[in-house]
Design a protein around this ligand. Structure first.
Ligand code: IPM
Ligand code: MG
Length: 375
């Protein structure tokens, strides 16, 4: 039975990963670093357009730090679909090495070929980078002030359905099996990050989202371990919900403002955060932080929008999401006042500019100029 061998190898790899997590170092203290290198990775589709915006804005915002050599913005080339296909690597080795020489990354969206695209089947670059850099927490804030909604999602980012997403097996033509992996160390470090955030930001409620009634082993473990971590935070209310009813709760205006911090396994986090971002004004409006102990990567929550490129309207791409991600990066580096300055300018841009994404309204360049004038 060849499948038994495959399965054995998968289990051994996962056990080795658990070991690596256990041996991993503590979180980087950016205030103690003499020099911080921020890699700017263009990506596909509208990626170069929105990355140009965030780069210009950071150049102005961090002018002093850049001049003194404390911060370096470094362009990382080659994470494009063409180059990845040419080399037949999810993230080409030289690109990965260049990325690992940075401390932080701002990354444009990368295209993943899907079935029917007539392209080689290469894995998502995003998923590979999250795994390679061990970026275990995907943090996504969503705020809708007029509804009193202030949410932050802590999505597990390296495990669940994504740990072995491209490693499922076909048993002949008749059966297909994919894997979902949940580990103790992987869950506890995510839950701890979410509760620490809740504690440090005065949030009273943490909601755990699973489907533990069906996914009994993986989600069952996730739920139990989150409640174990909750015991260290008695001042915070913890509740738990199944993901289906949580999808409904988010759009239930009777109760949605009661939620604060969410903890979710990977795939549910993927789905629920798109729903939440859409409520805030579209997936183009939310930023996303992928946090690990050594590295952190900040990106737009949306994809590369190949449709906008095909229709010749990529210059109308909205750089709001990647700039929101940049705000999160500034906070992660301890530059809170710069983060606030940028955030305020983005709020004004959101209310005064019109960027529906259909080739009408304001361009990315106009957005950038608008923000540059306000920081
Ligand atoms: C996200 C995206 C990614 C994901 C894709 C691009 C692989 O949807 O960041 O939410 O599924 O995690
Ligand atoms: Mg998603």
């Amino acid at each position: 039975m060849p499948y038994v061998e495959d399965f054995k190898q998968i289990i051994e790899e996962q056990l080795a990963r658990v070991q690596r997590i256990k041996e991993g170092g503590d979180a980087t203290d950016f205030s103690a670093k003499d020099k911080i290198v921020i890699g700017i990775v263009g990506g596909d589709g509208i990626g170069p357009v929105i990355m140009q915006s965030v780069r210009e804005i950071l150049q102005k915002l961090l002018a002093e730090e850049i001049a003194s050599g404390k911060i370096q913005l470094r362009r990382i080339e080659g994470l494009t679909l063409e180059n990845r296909i040419a080399k037949m690597e999810t993230v080409p080795q030289d690109v990965l090495e260049a990325i690992k020489e940075c401390d932080l990354l701002l990354k444009g969206p990368t295209t993943t070929p899907g079935k029917g695209d007539n392209l080689p089947n290469i894995e998502s670059a995003n998923v590979k980078l999250r795994r390679e850099l061990d970026l275990f927490a995907n943090v996504r804030p969503v705020a809708i002030p007029e509804k009193n909604i202030d949410w932050i999602f802590y999505r597990e980012n390296t495990e669940g359905e994504y740990a072995l997403g491209s490693r499922g097996v076909n048993i002949g033509d008749e059966i297909s099996v994919d894997f979902k992996v949940t580990t103790d160390v992987g869950t506890i470090r995510l839950a701890r990050a979410a509760y620490e955030y809740a504690k440090n930001n005065g949030n009273k409620n943490v909601s755990i989202v699973t489907k533990a009634n069906i996914m009994k082993k993986t989600d069952g473990k996730f739920l139990k371990l989150c409640y174990d971590v909750a015991k260290d935070y008695p001042q915070i209310n913890t509740d738990d919900w199944y993901v289906d009813i949580m999808a409904a709760n988010l759009i239930n205006d009777q109760i949605n403002s009661r939620f604060n911090v969410f903890i979710l396994p990977n795939l549910y986090g993927d789905i629920i955060t798109d729903e939440a971002a859409q409520m805030q004004g579209g997936v183009g409006t939310a930023g996303s932080a992928n946090i690990g102990n050594k590295y952190a990567m900040f990106e737009a929550i949306h994809g590369s929008a190949p449709r906008m490129v095909e229709e010749g309207i990529k210059d109308y791409a909205n750089p709001a999401s990647i700039n929101r991600a940049s705000v999160m990066m500034l906070r992660h580096m301890g530059l809170a006042s710069k983060a606030e300055k940028l955030e305020r300018a983005l709020d004004v841009a959101a209310s005064e500019l019109d960027m529906p994404g259909d080739g009408t309204g304001n361009t990315a360049e106009e957005f950038t100029q608008f923000v540059l004038e306000r920081i």
